[in-house]
Design a protein around this ligand. Structure first.
Ligand code: PLP
Length: 408
């Protein structure tokens, strides 16, 4: 009975080109993998600095695993805070210029835990339409009223804040760097609104951490806004190449999360070996600035290459380049054509992006070599030429992001 119900739904997904299947893939390096016996190039990950494979990061994880074991054994309120948890939290707090930080078992759980703890039924959550699913889910879990404003339309955001003056607490939420569109929130404007309307501001710096800012401290460091944002969340799983999430805020806010954030309280804590790996990744970022320079060099080359293909990549501001295709079927077809030539850049479709806004999400890594980029552009040119009856791909970052994804 259950199977037949679910099968119907799966068939419907197939009919709408929204069905997904898992692919067996073995990573062989920061930007390479083995797929069905072939070596392929990755242009799709979030390991922007290639630190998942950095020898110092691997060694730190191995040594900590040998000392502390593979898992942490229980949640922190049960089995305690390991010295490596404490050290990582101190370092994250310093990097985000906050009094204290708290580590979660993933970035997803961190966002869920922060928003669900901060708001309740009498509160109003105001969110950019393109915020990550973890923020949307956290807002829903909180029970607060959720109002979404069109992507980066801060005029509409202000109108929503004004209209919500009767809420007990208003919480403004944004990604710093939007994961599927690769553009930046206007944090100066959001801070201005937060101060004018005396609300809280939560910024998810998942893709900014390690990438943006003078020392890789993230989007708030870039603009010197750390003091004016209440909570900065992020993840250890992208530019830091590991796994885990965090929130950085005042002493009291973090103390509150320890007592009230259910994904913190009821989930097994991050294994110390991953804390050690993330700590070493942060040290690598600090001591090897050439890695971040290599990333931004590749970002520039990809930006130029897309322009030469007749594509408008928008402002040069991040390692994420959406190649807008539109139709789900066509995005899948192009992605498969790229894979035949040894380039993995999956089609991103609903619900990760709005329906009808399917795209290829091209990401740069510090570890791509010039020859990798040459190969990318040769293969991409051919795949897109074959798609020339579908001109929308020539558009860059989406000026009209369509219907909300994940928000009803
Ligand atoms: N926030 C954003 C903006 C993300 O893109 C992601 C992951 O895709 C997350 C949070 C969740 O982080 P994690 O993958 O570490 O759970």
């Amino acid at each position: 009975m259950l199977d037949s119900l679910l099968e119907d739904e799966l068939l419907e997904l197939k009919a709408r080109d929204l069905y997904r299947r898992l692919r067996a893939l073995e990573r062989t390096g920061p930007v390479t993998a083995r797929l069905e016996g072939r070596e392929i190039l990755l242009f799709c990950g979030n390991d922007y600095l290639g630190l998942s494979h950095h020898p110092r990061v691997i060694q730190a994880a191995q040594e900590a695993a040998a000392r502390c074991g593979a898992g942490s054994g229980a949640a922190r309120l049960i089995s305690g805070t390991a010295p490596l948890h404490a050290e990582l939290e101190t370092r994250l707090a310093a990097s985000k210029k906050k009094a204290r930080a708290l580590v979660f078992s993933s970035g997803y759980l961190g966002n869920l835990g922060v928003l669900a703890a901060l708001a309740g039924k009498k509160d109003l959550m105001v969110m950019d339409k393109l915020c990550h699913a973890s923020l949307i889910d956290g807002a829903r879990l909180s029970g607060a009223a959720l109002r979404v404003f069109p992507h980066k339309n801060y005029g509409r955001c202000e109108a929503v804040l004004k209209a919500g003056s009767s809420a007990a607490r208003r919480i403004l939420v944004t990604d710093s760097l939007f994961s599927m569109d690769g553009d930046l929130a206007d944090l100066n404007e959001l801070v201005r609104l937060k101060e004018k309307y005396e609300c809280l501001l939560v910024v998810d710096d998942a893709h900014g951490t390690g990438v943006l800012g003078l020392r890789g401290g993230g989007a708030a460091e870039d603009l010197g806004l750390e003091d004016r944002i209440d909570v900065i969340t992020g993840t250890l799983s992208k530019a830091l190449g590991c796994l885990g999430g965090f929130a950085a805020a005042s002493e009291t806010v973090i103390d509150y999360f320890v007592n009230r954030s259910r994904p913190f309280i009821f989930a097994t804590s991050l294994p110390p070996m991953l804390c050690a790996a993330a700590l070493e990744a942060m040290r690598v970022i600090e001591t090897c600035p050439e890695i971040r320079r290599a990333l931004w060099g590749n970002v520039r080359k990809i930006h130029d290459g897309l322009r030469r293909l007749g594509f408008d990549p928008g402002p040069l501001c991040s390692p994420i380049f959406p190649i807008m295709i539109g139709e789900e079927k066509e995005a899948v077809r192009i992605s498969e054509a790229l894979l035949k030539e040894g380039i993995l850049m999956p089609a991103v479709r609903a619900p990760a992006v709005p329906k009808g806004k399917a795209r290829l999400r091209l990401t740069a890594s510090a570890c791509h070599h010039s020859e990798d980029l040459d190969r990318l552009f040769a293969v991409l040119k051919k795949a897109l030429q074959d798609s020339s009856r579908h001109p929308p791909w020539r558009r860059g970052r989406d000026s009209n992001p369509g219907t909300p994804c994940g928000v009803t």
